[in-house]
Design a protein around this ligand. Structure first.
Ligand SMILES: Nc1ncnc2c1ncn2[C@@H]1O[C@H](COP(=O)(O)OP(=O)(O)OP(=O)(O)O)[C@@H](O)[C@H]1O
Ligand SMILES: [Mg+2]
Ligand SMILES: [Zn+2]
Length: 435
């Protein structure tokens, strides 16, 4: 038997088996139950969240031979044909390749005829935002006074590009990206049904990598089943995704928290030696910080299957919330600036240096950098160092060094990014961190 990809095999056939999108399902169910039928629907949402799937379910709900309802039978000829996209009264048209006014006119001409077999003739126009201005205009009149047997379902990933004149004639539903927990719960059910062994943490990693798209989640799962020979272990999935080993991120954050510059550098070098993608590393670090922040305000938000659950809770306990926010901002901005850096390594390590150089609390409460000797640690604060010079404890050589350090700090404080951090977070330079 030929292998059918999971996304096609497991395309939901009724409202109940859709993952997420409860808000849309609820509204449509109510409308269908009360027979309040609109003539044009617009389904918007990013890739692979269920627009086409929902359009087919809605069409079955409208055309099922057992009657209009939110629970089409799925058995009658009409339902079966719609599922297989063989129904003559359900036309899926891709606006990306049929975008001109001619094609729209041809479609609308056909639309005046009564449906062949079903109750309604349903036109599903996918990627509707790709239609030309003229094509939209041609459509407007029909949208305004559609023949009673005609229904339009427009789907788009970019609703902002749909003219308001069209938008205002449609009942609009915005499909949401699904959270990783919802995706991984759905994947687990499918894997059990497919008789594939899995570690929940591996599935969670796949779900996270899908970034809210159920189609991407299923494609990745297909790939994983082949890659890991039907045994989805955490190690195999991590390897397949080229996922940055979480150990690096946890150790990096630990080193930053301890203000241990040497350890940070050592880890960055080790990551470079293992060809870790620094862009991915920054992305994952931001993700880790995001979870730490949530864990501080809602401890239950971290699911049990979370790969770093324990570490997240530990960081949540030791890092002040403002500092987590500050780090998050440094990391996300560092990631967006990666392309501007001389090279990825420089961009990555500069970001880490910023994390080392700043803290969000009062300067006096800042942790001082971990340095090699007690004397150095003592002289780490420029203010304290200046005092020592005044009191004659330090030599003039030291004084020059202090001067250089103060100049450097002054220059750094003029940096626009630094100013932004100071403004947004009340961040202050850690005394003595600029050497
Ligand atoms: N909400 C969902 N619940 C369950 N499965 C889903 C959902 N959304 C998508 N899928 C899965 O992903 C596949 C693709 O979904 P669908 O074609 O509906 O996405 P789409 O939103 O139309 O994406 P595109 O913008 O790329 O056309 C489906 O076959 C199904 O397996
Ligand atoms: Mg689609
Ligand atoms: Zn039916």
């Amino acid at each position: 038997m030929t292998y059918q990809v999971l996304a096609r095999k497991w395309r939901p056939k009724d409202f109940a088996s859709l993952v997420g999108q409860a808000h849309v399902v609820k509204a449509l169910t109510h409308a269908l139950e009360r027979q309040q039928l609109h003539h044009a629907y617009l389904l918007s949402g990013t890739r692979g969240v269920g627009k086409t799937t929902l359009a087919r379910i809605l069409t079955k709900a409208l055309n099922c031979e057992t009657g209009i309802s939110a629970t089409p039978c799925g058995q009658c000829q009409t339902c079966v044909e719609i599922d297989a996209t063989r129904s003559v009264d359900y036309i899926e048209m891709d606006a990306a390749s049929n975008r001109s006014v001619d094609e729209m006119s041809a479609l609308l001409e056909r639309a005046i005829y009564a449906p062949v077999a079903a109750r309604f003739q349903v036109y599903m126009i996918d990627e509707a935002h790709m239609l030309t201005h003229h094509a939209f205009n041609a459509m407007l009149k029909t949208l305004e006074e559609p023949p009673p047997h005609l229904k339009f379902i427009l789907a788009t990933t970019d609703p902002k590009k749909i003219p308001v004149t069209v938008l205002s004639r449609c009942l609009q539903f915005n499909l949401k990206q699904m959270p990783a927990e919802q995706i991984s719960a759905a994947l687990e059910k499918i894997l059990v049904a497919e008789n594939v062994r899995f570690e929940p943490r591996a599935v969670h990693l796949l779900a996270r990598a899908a970034h809210g798209s159920m189609r991407d989640a299923l494609s990745l799962t297909d790939q994983a089943i082949a890659y890991a020979a039907r045994d989805l272990s955490l190690a195999a999935i991590r390897e397949m995704l080229g996922a940055v080993e979480q150990r690096y991120l946890v150790q990096l954050l630990d080193a930053v928290v301890e203000r241990n510059g040497a350890a940070v550098l050592e880890l960055a070098d080790e990551m470079a030696a293992h060809s870790v993608s620094f862009a991915h590393a920054l992305q994952d670090l931001a993700s880790l910080l995001h979870q730490i922040a949530w864990s501080q305000y809602a401890p239950d938000s971290i699911p049990d299957a979370e790969v770093n659950g324990e570490e997240i809770r530990r960081f949540a306990g030791v890092l002040p919330p403002e500092e987590v926010q500050l780090y998050y901002q440094i990391v996300t901005i560092g990631r967006s600036e990666l392309g501007l850096a001389p090279d990825e390594y420089a961009g990555f390590t500069m970001t880490l240096l910023r994390m080392l150089a700043f803290c969000a609390v009062d300067a006096n409460d800042c942790r001082t950098p971990q340095t090699t000797s007690k004397t150095e640690a003592r002289s780490a604060s420029p203010a304290r160092a200046a005092l020592e010079v005044l009191n004659g404890v330090r030599s003039v050589d030291d004084q020059a060094a202090v001067q250089r350090q103060q100049d450097a700090e002054r220059a750094l404080k003029q940096d626009p990014f630094v100013k932004q951090l100071a403004r947004d977070f009340g961040a202050t330079l850690i005394p003595g961190s600029v050497q």
